[in-house]
Write a protein that binds this ligand. Sequence first.
Ligand code: NAP
Length: 292
Amino acid sequence: MTDPARTEPAANGAGTIAVTGVTGALGGQVVRLLSDDFRVDLRLLARDPDRAPDIDTDIRACEYGDLDASVAALHGVESLLMVSASESADRRTEHRTFVRAAVEAGVRHIVYTSFAGAAADAAFTLGRDHHDTEQAIRDSGLDFTFLRDSFYLDVLPLFADAEGVIRGPAGDGRVAAVARADVADVAAAVLRDPDAHRGATYTLTGPEALSLADVAERAGAVLGRPLRFVDESVEEAYAWRREQYGAADWQLDAWVSTYTAIRDDTLAEVSPDVERLTGHPPRTLEDALTDG
Ligand SMILES: NC(=O)c1ccc[n+]([C@@H]2O[C@H](COP(=O)([O-])OP(=O)(O)OC[C@H]3O[C@@H](n4cnc5c(N)ncnc54)[C@H](OP(=O)(O)O)[C@@H]3O)[C@@H](O)[C@H]2O)c1
């Protein structure tokens, strides 16, 4: 349902803003931030609208791989936050379909949640998917802003198994992981004034680079559960994951390269972008685990 108060054009001329992934952690945080702003004319796009956040605004059904439904859901949208879909074998195709839908629907500006160091040969193999989507958006001719997120600080402790062991070939490498709440703050700031961020690529990191041993020790202290990191070889990493999960090769590559990308310090650089865009310092691991 549309709240009449929200149908007024945004004071900054941003027009209707659509957000995808609203049933998830990041998209949900972004819409909560934007819904506090009466100047924002907000549209929520969800695969299952019944699970969308309970916000009095326009909610439409939308699945990236469904071109017609996506075009219909995007009609009248000026700016779009496209939250990358959950990893899957078809994600590149689904993302390309959705970008095409945005063009057909007349969307002006896409803000896309990409990945730090997205490139055709990114060490983290899913960074290659993000590069593919960035290319599709560049080729579409739409205005864009890319938010290249590092790994999420709040997700790293979830790598631990039932015994509290984070196991993978990350060695002493470090990662400048970012709090998901900071990504949400940045996304909301960009969506409030997309023109100011046209053509920009931002790298979103936390305030420091941490080894997984650091993450285990510090996250364990916050969570009140002893965690530890155990290094392993690439061969060991593939072997037990293949045996335990029987996963496809692309999925195994994604899991194992999460660790090797850290091992090789490909995600260790700290970026000033979160502070520059939000006006506050990036959240620490402790912040991310306590204030979400
Ligand atoms: N940087 C990192 O460390 C990191 C970690 C995890 C994920 N990610 C990426 O960042 C994204 C957002 O993170 P998150 O924590 O908010 O993830 P999340 O909680 O799993 O939310 C993902 C959202 O995307 C929606 N979605 C998934 N596939 C879709 C599709 N094909 N078409 C339309 N919507 C789709 C989901 O809808 P449903 O509720 O219907 O499933 C959900 O709303 C993830 O989707 C993933 O691409 C990054």
